[in-house]
Design a binder for this molecule. Structure first.
Ligand SMILES: Nc1ncnc2c1ncn2[C@@H]1O[C@H](COP(=O)(O)OP(=O)(O)OP(=O)(O)O)[C@@H](O)[C@H]1O
Length: 232
């Protein structure tokens, strides 16, 4: 089966500043992948490259066998770490905006997710708390019928109870023919949903492993492994 994502020797420099160096990896369909790393390690850069919002300095990226470009934009749904919605919008306007913009947007699924997330359509986006806003952004991103979902820090602003709710929503609403990459450095709740994890440090991939293997072979949780790899 074609991989959902392939990165070949990807490097990205911003001017002289190195953000990623020689990253090679492939992701099969039906996987939930944790992209883990401390602040500034290159997680957002990697996502933006895959989403086609940035160009690599060297190397190549393919989504479902197609080089990243116009054609792959309809295969990739990206939830950036900063909201894409406008502050004048109500939740229902944000849904309409996505429906008009993306032919693959599933409004029924969005409604079901809003309900699950306890988000009212009449709420103004600018009045939403950070955590409620994350629920909205996640609803927008997961309601597209994409092959690859990229969620950049989807649980950064929420309390532990809400975090559980958001993680349940991710697992409930994600389609198993696709794959999902979630970047985070907050591990304690989220590792239960990962099939595999990728650790990046200073722009390089330092570990990639199945979560089951980490647990069975190393007898460690992802959180413990993270603390080891990133100990200063
Ligand atoms: N537009 C830019 N111009 C210059 N340097 C940048 C730019 N964007 C990111 N960087 C640098 O590239 C490196 C990787 O940044 P990136 O945002 O990808 O990291 P991150 O792992 O997503 O961090 P965080 O967890 O803090 O969001 C950092 O050193 C950052 O300062």
């Amino acid at each position: 089966m074609t991989n959902i994502l392939e990165l070949n020797q990807i490097s990205k420099f911003y001017g002289k500043k190195k953000a990623l160096q020689d990253v090679t990896l492939e992701i099969a369909p039906g996987r939930i992948v944790g992209l883990l790393g401390s602040n500034g390690s290159g997680k957002s850069t990697l996502m933006k490259l895959v989403a086609g919002l940035l160009h690599p300095t060297s190397g190549s990226i393919q989504v479902a066998g197609i080089p990243v470009g116009l054609e792959t934009k309809s295969l990739v749904s990206f939830m950036p770490d900063k909201p894409l919605t406008e502050s004048w919008m109500k939740v229902r306007d944000a849904i309409a905006y996505y429906r008009d913009f993306y032919a693959d947007f599933d409004q029924e699924k969005a409604r079901e997710m809003l309900d699950f997330m306890k988000l009212a359509e009449g709420e103004k986006v600018k009045h939403l708390s950070k955590g409620m806003n994350e629920r909205l952004q996640l609803t927008l991103a997961l309601s597209r019928k994409a092959r690859l979902y990229l969620l950049d820090e989807p649980i950064g602003g929420v309390d532990p109870v809400a975090r559980g709710k958001i993680l349940d929503a991710i697992v409930k609403f994600y389609d198993e023919d696709s794959s999902l990459i979630i970047s985070t450095h907050l591990l304690n709740d989220i590792e239960r949903i990962f099939d595999e994890v990728i650790f990046i440090r200073e722009g390089q991939m330092v570990l990639r492993e199945e979560v089951e293997t980490l647990r069975l072979q190393n007898g460690k949780s992802v959180d413990e492994m993270f603390k080891e790899v990133y100990a200063e």
